[in-house]
Design a protein around this ligand. Structure first.
Ligand SMILES: Cc1ncc(C[n+]2csc(CCOP(=O)(O)OP(=O)(O)O)c2C)c(N)n1
Ligand SMILES: [Mg+2]
Length: 698
């Protein structure tokens, strides 16, 4: 079957001629912007213009003047390649920009000039919508499937906030809905299966996905690779499924949105059949015709069909801005103003809850959030860092009510269960223990969606499976969302489970993610410090890398205080005169090996220093003087020890330094045998130290 093609989008069935004019304005802006950039996807924004227009104008509870109003409906464009659809809406609806402190600036979020500079440096209209860069963009999309995943997190956060903050007389303080527009690609990606499955299970009736069933992707018809019965699939996930046979049929679209609004026990999928506009007949058979500019001639023809001045570019006809002001503008402002008025009454009646809501929205913490974080006495046996982390997490959660999270079915292993706290489940949306199921990828995207709503989410699993959810991790870093990942079973230390479960390259790969704080604490007190550093972060995601096996708790009266963790790396033990001949550095379980080797070397009269190095990202943030004080440039005899790929350590040990790490996968065996086999012993560390001193003395 050849894909159906239709360059000229039929004029929509809008009754008000101004609606039709506004819809065609969105389409022509998309054509012109993509043509000017000479790259991008014009077809989908054109085809979906009526779908999004109808939603924004008639349903979205959204005030363009205040795009951070906490109870606004969320709109996610999961098919981020259709970004011009969102940019034209943000522009025409007059959405205002907001600064880092969430204050409305009065300037447009997207100016016509930004649209003219679509995909150019410093434009507010980058190739794919970017959260933080452009006000009104609720989440960064582009990697297909992420947006729909985020939308589930937004819906979850909405349900949780409603459960805690809606009170008698104030039942609608939080009652926003979440809409996501998605495409064939979103539907094919595995993450949409995971996300839809958990959304259906949780019966998130505040969630609506609009699926653009245009039956075409880049290589051609979906017949090539995708013949799922999407409706059946979603019904099996316990979704309500509605069909709209024609994307231009405003009446059918209206009916579908109403059905969503009236459905109170499950999420809704609206399947919209559409035809993509994708270039003239002579371009149809060339590879890449889908997702390319239409070309000047085609644009002229299309504009003629719309009754548009053929040579005018970026035209917004008279009355179009007014049409948006009259509908979404007026409705949104009224709703928003009424909400803030209501909030005054709420503040009077429920001051403590109102204060929490304020703090959540500003990413502030309750006073005394850290008062129950324990400190740990020296203990040669110690405990696993995952266990300490569970204790510290619980100590923090007690005083930070909007810390919410869970595991991908591994809470007994990751120790992330909050004690004396309910589960977040369908019909019990006040719980804070999330059960993501074995869905690492969706978990990551859900955490991102929750973080955009500004509750404080965490997710957990085995470090090895962080790869399953890597894209959401990097998107959290791009979006600067303070998501917390608790990754346990951090090394070949998992022993008998063998190479499939022993992380090797995961640590360097996470460390290579710009902006992600990867923290591998060496003992119980470093774990406590790590949480102390991470929780106040407003714009940085963090990953805790924790052991399954016990780690001795260092005697901090003998060695330096764990508060050094805040600087990423610190001198734990030093040569008596502070002038070491060799530096031993390690993270996590390997720090105690360094300490043991240090004691041996010291007895031999060798002047050694131990550097505990829990977080590269934090260390790189320190000034040169501090970094030199930890790693003096004139001491090049250096040894690093870490049970992971040694990739990257040369940066700190130098080209002639020694790295004790992994250059192969691990093996299935008891831990003590593995440590010997792969050289993670204090003797080996001491031996490499002696060799280093000799090498650098030459
Ligand atoms: C995870 C991911 N893989 C691949 C791509 C590259 N890509 C961009 S658009 C697209 C296909 C578009 O087809 P569809 O999702 O049906 O959207 P439509 O073109 O119909 O709007 C692909 C493969 C991507 N953006 N994300
Ligand atoms: Mg498609």
């Amino acid at each position: 079957m050849s894909p159906e093609r239709n360059t000229k989008q039929p004029v929509s069935s809008a009754k008000d001629p101004m609606d039709a004019l506004a819809i065609n304005t969105m389409r022509t802006l998309a054509m012109d912007a993509v043509q000017a950039a000479n790259s991008g996807h014009p077809g989908t924004p054109m085809a979906l213009a009526p779908v999004a227009y109808c939603l924004w104008q008639n349903h979205l509870r959204y005030d363009p003047g205040d795009p951070v109003w906490p109870n606004r409906d969320r709109f996610v464009l999961s098919c981020g390649h259709a970004s011009m659809l969102l940019y034209s809406l943000l522009h025409l609806a007059g959405v205002k920009s907001v600064n880092e402190d969430y204050e409305a600036l009065g300037t447009p979020a997207v100016s016509l000039d930004d649209i003219k500079k679509f995909r150019q440096l410093h434009s507010k209209c980058p190739g794919h919508p970017e959260y933080r860069l452009t006000s009104g963009v609720e989440t960064t999309t582009g990697p297909l499937g992420q947006g729909v995943g985020n939308s589930v997190g937004m819906a979850i956060a909405g349900r949780w906030l409603a459960s805690r903050y809606n009170q008698p007389g104030f039942e609608d303080i939080i009652d926003y809905n979440v809409y996501a527009i998605c495409s064939d690609g979103d539907m094919m990606e595995g993450i949409s299966h995971e996300a839809a499955s958990i959304a259906g299970h949780l019966r998130l009736s505040n969630l609506c996905w609009v699926y653009d069933n245009n039956r075409i992707t880049i290589e051609g018809s979906t017949e090539l690779a995708f013949t799922d019965d999407v409706a059946e699939r979603f019904m099996a996930y316990h979704w309500n499924v509605v069909r709209v046979g024609d994307a231009n049929d405003i009446e059918l679209l209206e009916r579908a949105y109403h059905t969503f609004l009236e459905t109170n026990d499950r999420p809704t999928l609206i399947i919209v059949d559409s035809h993509i506009a994708w270039g003239s007949p002579n371009k149809q058979d060339t590879a890449g015709a889908h997702g390319e500019p239409l070309g000047e001639d085609e644009i002229r023809l299309t504009k003629k069909f719309y009754g548009w001045p053929e040579d005018q570019k970026f035209l917004v006809p008279d009355g179009v801005y007014e049409q948006f002001r009259k509908k979404i503008g007026r409705r949104g402002k009224e709703l928003r103003d009424a909400w803030f008025q209501k909030l005054e009454g709420y503040k009077a009646k429920y001051p403590a809850l109102a204060d929490e809501l304020y703090k959540i929205q500003h990413r502030e913490l309750p006073d005394g959030w850290d008062k129950d974080i324990p400190s740990y006495p020296a203990d040669p046996k110690g405990q696993a860092s995952r266990n300490t982390s569970g204790e510290v997490l619980n100590a923090v959660a007690k005083n930070l009510p909007w810390l919410i999270g869970g595991a991908a079915d591994l809470a007994p292993s990751t120790k992330t269960l909050l004690k004396n706290v309910d589960s977040f489940e369908a019909g019990s949306y006040g719980g804070r223990n999330m059960h993501f199921g074995i869905r690492e990828h969706a978990m990551g995207a859900i955490l991102n969606g929750m973080a955009t709503v500004k509750v404080r989410p965490y997710g957990s699993g085995f470090l090895i499976f962080s790869d399953y959810g890597k894209t959401p991790i990097r998107l959290a870093a791009i979006m600067e969302l303070p998501v917390i990942y608790v990754f346990t079973h951090d090394s070949i230390g998992v022993g008998e489970d063998g190479p499939t479960h022993q992380p090797i390259e995961q640590l360097p790969s996470l460390r290579a993610t710009p902006g992600l704080m990867v923290i591998r604490p060496c003992d119980a007190n470093e774990v406590a410090e790590a949480w102390r550093v991470v929780i106040p972060q407003k714009h940085k995601p963090a990953a805790f890398i924790l052991s399954r096996q016990n780690l001795p708790t260092l005697d901090r009266s003998k060695y330096a205080a764990a508060s050094g963790l805040a600087k990423g790396a610190y001198v734990l033990a030093d040569a008596p005169d502070g002038k070491p001949d060799v530096i031993l550095m390690g993270t996590g379980s390997e720090v105690s090996l360094c300490v043991e080797a240090y004691e041996t070397l010291t007895k031999e009269g060798v002047k050694a220093r131990v550097v505990s190095f829990p977080c590269w990202e934090l260390f790189e943030d320190q000034d040169q003087a501090y970094r030199d004080s930890v790693l003096p440039p004139d001491v090049m005899a250096r040894v690093s020890v870490e049970q992971a790929s040694s990739f990257g350590w040369a940066k700190y040990v130098g080209a002639r330094g020694a790295t004790i790490g992994m250059r192969t996968y691990g093996a299935s065996a008891p831990l003590k045998d593995l440590l010997k086999e792969f050289g993670f012993t204090a003797d080996r560390v001491a031996e490499e130290a002696r060799k280093q001193i000799e090498l650098h003395a030459r």
